[in-house]
Design a protein. Structure first.
Length: 347
């Protein structure tokens, strides 16, 4: 577990952090070999962190009867430590935390004891509670493990959170970052302004989770103290991760420029179109996890698209949309990189 000063510094650098999927066999039991292969892929691709036990990992794993939360966290951490022992940089390890305060604090303790650096706090269980109740929940969990705040869009279980909420959230001492994924420009601006006006923008890193506008988020200099979004913690970056790392490094290299290159504006539209095929907004994101799985299946990293919930399937027409964007934007995928190393990661 990193000390909090080192953790803040790493996050402020701007990292590619994939939201780690779950590898299952056809019987919906954990496929440990492929679970490890996924972690190896992300780390080899240059990801600066791994977010495990989050929405893309399937929230169902947090249920006691499923029993996969601790094993999946441990597998990713073991692979991260192996990566470091082989000479790689220590990735930031982020554990998804869900549920009411009793469950979230239990998960926070488990993650901290395992060696995770911070917790991505979902407040989906507090959809009908007051802001003060949510803040008290966050303060309690933050006493156990540093917090990565999470603005999750309502379509997949989140709730609307006001500027005032985020301004008060930014005052929690142990907050190290916030993932903004409301898929809404107004709500994203609320978070950016709140962190700026807290005076803590050099302590709290901002990360995009807005899969529909990744590149523009990363390119924008916001009017509030000229804040930038440092990096991304994204389900979209659970696929084609090598290209995501190259993209973020390119964006960071041109950030001092005063104008945005036209090719990146076009690439933003292309990536958003590709994301729509994978994440299925036309069906309220019902096929988002199987969509990610389908790409990983095509690359050979996963054997199938199986989810814990058998009802979670690709939506009608989604496979054709994935075919379309694969053909339209071959420069977005990292299939050649995966093919060159797949046997090594599966060994």
């Amino acid at each position: 577990m990193m000390d909090i000063k080192a953790l803040r510094e790493r996050l402020q650098l701007g990292l590619v952090i994939p939201a780690h999927p779950l590898a299952l066999k056809a019987n919906r039991q954990l496929d440990e070999r492929r679970q490890r292969a996924l972690s190896r892929y992300y780390l080899a691709a240059g990801a600066g962190g791994l977010a495990v036990g989050v929405h893309t990992t399937q929230f169902e794993i947090h249920a006691g009867e499923v029993g996969l939360y601790a094993p999946v966290l441990n597998i990713a951490l073991e692979e991260a430590l192996r990566f470091v022992s082989d000479g790689g940089d220590r990735p930031v390890m982020i554990a998804g935390l869900v549920g009411e305060t009793q469950q979230a604090t239990k998960e926070a303790r488990l993650a901290r004891e395992a060696g995770y650096d911070c917790g991505l706090l979902s407040v989906s269980a507090f959809r009908d509670r007051t802001d003060e109740e949510v803040l008290e929940h966050a303060r309690t969990v933050a006493d156990i493990i540093p917090l990565f705040g999470f603005y999750l869009q309502p379509a997949v279980g989140g709730r609307i959170l006001s500027y005032d909420f985020w301004r008060r959230f930014a005052d929690i001492e142990n907050v190290v970052a916030i993932k903004m994924a409301p898929f809404d420009r107004y709500h994203t601006l609320d978070v950016v302004r709140a962190v700026a006006e807290s005076g803590r923008h050099k302590e709290i890193a901002l990360y995009t989770g807005n899969d529909d506008t990744i590149i523009m988020d990363l390119l924008t200099t916001f009017p509030f103290d000229k804040i930038r979004i440092a990096g991304g913690l994204l389900g979209q970056w659970a696929v084609w991760t090598k290209k995501a790392v190259e993209l973020l490094e390119h964006i960071k290299s041109i950030r001092p420029e005063t104008s945005i290159p036209a090719d990146l504006v076009r690439l933003n539209a292309e990536l958003t179109d590709a994301n729509a095929a994978l994440f299925d907004p036309r069906h309220q994101f019902a096929g988002c996890i199987p969509g990610v799985h389908e790409v990983l299946r095509r690359q050979g990293l996963l054997k199938g698209r199986w989810c814990v919930n058998p009802e979670e399937q690709l939506s009608p027409g989604q496979i054709e949309e994935i075919d379309r964007v694969y053909e339209a934007y071959p420069h977005l995928n990292d299939d050649a990189f995966v093919a060159a190393h797949l046997n090594e990661w599966l060994s």
